[in-house]
Write a protein that binds this ligand. Structure first.
Ligand code: IMP
Ligand code: MG
Length: 173
């Protein structure tokens, strides 16, 4: 498959506009607070990059990576941490930055292990949400777009490690 087979669901402009709104909302809820952003690799790397550039006030950033066994379009729900954070979370105001909440299993796992590290607050920002596929209820304070149950790629999201470079969110046929 080539990128020309991908139909655009969310344009680059729509993404940027919404991300600026999210950044303003996150800052409005935590005025003056140093926010510690945790990017969930790999899918959230572009979202993190644009969200951070739109954030005002003090911020720090760290990265972790998870993997879930399964096929290219459907995860098994068995989540494994493959890269941990560089620094601790004790007393910090943490925002998890994730690409998409689908079944909810990945975020549920991450919120659990990160909460155990003693942050002062823990919130989640997710660019996309597919509520139709939720298997476990999970709190996501900031959601960019709610989408239908379609497999999407681009803007960091992959199908078999491809399409992450597309500047828009698209659907595979
Ligand atoms: P969950 O654990 O089922 O909520 O899945 C979350 C992870 O599955 C995300 O971080 C993505 O990496 C991946 N994922 C779920 N839906 C899609 C999609 O439509 N396109 C690309 N990746 C997806
Ligand atoms: Mg993925």
């Amino acid at each position: 498959m080539t990128p020309t087979d991908v139909s655009i669901l969310l344009t680059s402009d729509a993404l940027q506009t919404r991300i600026r709104e999210l950044a303003a909302e996150i800052r409005r809820d935590a005025p003056g607070v140093e926010l510690h952003f945790i990017c969930v690799l790999k899918g959230a790397f572009l979202f993190l990059a644009d969200l951070l550039r739109a954030m005002k006030g003090p911020v720090t950033v760290d990265f972790l990576a998870v993997t879930s066994y399964g096929t290219a379009t459907s995860s098994s729900g068995e989540v494994r941490l493959v890269k941990d954070l560089d620094t601790g979370l004790q007393g910090r105001d943490v925002i998890i930055v994730e690409d998409i909440v689908d079944t909810g299993l990945t975020l549920h796992y991450l919120q659990d292990i990160l909460r155990a590290r003693g942050p002062r607050s823990l919130k989640t920002a997710c660019l996309l949400s597919k509520p139709a596929r939720r298997k476990i209820s999970v709190d996501v304070e900031y959601i960019g777009f709610t989408i239908e149950d379609r497999f999407v790629v681009g803007y960091g999201l992959d199908y078999d490690e491809r399409y992450r470079n597309l500047p828009f969110i698209g659907a595979l046929p």
